[in-house]
Design a protein around this ligand. Structure first.
Ligand code: NAD
Length: 434
């Protein structure tokens, strides 16, 4: 048994987690809760200070638990990469955004690989968790790490294990989500499996880092394609006068071969709008066009514009033109019950409506301010009693906190882009996909 193996077994290993975001912070807390000494590394001093005060800024990490872990010195955060020398295992959870021309931007991964390489030591295990295209661990990280003079698979070990966080989805904690692990060789895979078996009930080894990388991108592409499909169906249902919501409910009765996806103003967040482009770009290296994937992205990205035209049509049918119309948009976050506006289609929708001359207020219980092309805009207070002062109340994100009965009763016109009112009838309610 190697020294690392025995340290992972008796939990005396020190684990470093780089990038304390949606993926990294819960992971750091999980390792610390399991009994490991954990070092959290982030570039943002503010985040590091918050963690060291036991303050959680990310959904999914309980403040009480975080406070306990920090006080017991099980979890310490820092911006100092030199501390990596103390780590036996290093998990890299940094962002993987797109460039302005929608190409994969691996700059964070490359920067962190360089940092890890500087302090790499014999016997260390390095695992990449960031979502990326197949080949990143072996083709991008490995050569940078080997600049240290140490050899992968012999002196240090390298694997990919995708973060599978579900922001806002309280039903799944870290332990219950199966952990996929693929190493650059059998030993790396075995050690990474051992590491994650301490914090996940189920660890699923796959035959290579590339399989693990492709699995993660495929999961997100699968979502993107299915959301696009139902968004397309919603547009057809609009024309045919069939309720897409009723169709989805009826189709969901099938106990096999079907799972429901729902239409809306488009996809947002850190993953679904981005990850398909990672795969599409890599595919070009193989002279292959991922037509399905790009078509899905195209449909999803067109949805804010489509919803804006449906809102315009609903107003026009009441002899109101969009120019000058007063609209209240409910929900700016990219999905229900989260405080995140990253790549939010609702923000894009607001920008389109404003550009076309509408006077748009917005409310979101979790988002006090949004950034629009003309500058920042603050949320208004929600007063169910004064909804009538708007020409249209547009449900863009179906937060649970809203009282949809009061909205339907109080508004002159409701445009529901999420099906939040699908059980209600009323001449003043117009839904996407009906
Ligand atoms: N958010 C999700 O639901 C989710 C789910 C699964 C996988 N992922 C993937 O996990 C990765 C991380 O995403 P996230 O949502 O946790 O991001 P995030 O934006 O929530 O957090 C990233 C953290 O990394 C820090 N950071 C940025 N650059 C850094 C660097 N060079 N060195 C150290 N720290 C750095 C940031 O300050 C931030 O605290 C991405 O590849 C993402 O696609 C995200």
């Amino acid at each position: 048994m190697t020294q690392l193996e025995s340290k992972l077994r008796d939990k005396s290993a020190a684990v470093a987690v780089i990038g304390l975001g949606y993926v990294g912070l819960p992971l750091a807390a999980a390792f610390a809760s399991a009994g490991f000494k954990v070092l959290g590394i982030d570039l943002q001093q503010k985040r590091v200070d918050l963690v060291n005060r036991g303050r959680s800024y990310k959904a999914g990490v309980d403040e009480k638990l975080l406070g306990k872990l920090v006080r017991s010195r099980k979890l310490i955060a820092t911006t100092d990469h030199a501390q990596l020398r103390k780590a036996d295992a290093v998990c890299v959870c940094v962002p993987t955004p797109l460039t302005r021309t929608r190409k994969p931007d691996l700059s964070h991964i490359i920067y962190e690989a360089e940092q890890v390489s500087r302090y790499l030591k014999n016997g260390q295990l390095v695992v990449l968790e960031s979502t990326t295209f197949p080949g990143t661990t072996r083709e991008v990280m490995l050569p940078i790490l080997e600049r240290s003079g140490l050899k992968a698979g012999r002196d240090f070990f390298l694997a990919f294990s995708p973060g599978r966080a579900d922001p806002g989805g309280a039903a799944h904690d870290m332990r219950s989500i199966p952990k996929i692990v693929g190493g650059i060789d059998a030993k790396s895979s075995r050690l990474a499996c051992l590491l994650y078996s301490r914090v996940a009930d189920t660890v699923l080894p796959v035959s290579s880092a590339e399989v693990a990388e492709m699995t993660k991108v495929f999961e997100n592409v699968f979502r993107s394609v299915n959301v696009a499909l139902v968004n397309e169906l919603a547009q057809l249902c609009d024309k045919m006068g069939i309720s897409v919501w009723e169709v989805i409910r009826a189709a969901s009765s099938k106990p096999f071969g079907y799972m429901p996806f729902y239409p809306g103003p488009g996809t947002g967040g850190h993953s679904i709008p981005l990850d398909p482009y990672y795969l599409a770009d890599k595919a070009l290296e193989y002279d292959f066009h991922t037509r399905f994937i790009e078509l899905a992205a195209d449909i999803n990205e067109s949805m804010p514009g489509y919803v804006a035209s449906q809102v315009t049509a609903a107003l026009n049918s009441r002899d109101i033109s969009l120019g000058g119309a007063k609209i209240l948009v409910l929900g700016a976050a990219y999905k229900k019950d989260v405080a995140d506006v990253h790549a939010s289609p609702c923000v894009k929708l607001i920008a389109i409506l404003q550009k076309r001359g509408a006077r748009v207020d917005y409310h979101d219980p979790y988002v006090p301010q949004i950034l629009l092309p003309d500058g920042p805009q603050a949320a208004v207070k929600l007063d169910y009693g004064s909804l009538k002062s708007y020409d249209c109340v547009l449900i863009a994100t179906d937060h649970s906190a809203y009282d949809y009965v009061k909205i339907a009763r109080g508004a002159r016109l409701v445009f529901d882009a999420r099906g939040a009112t699908r059980e209600m009838n009323g001449k003043n309610i117009v839904r996407l996909g009906e």
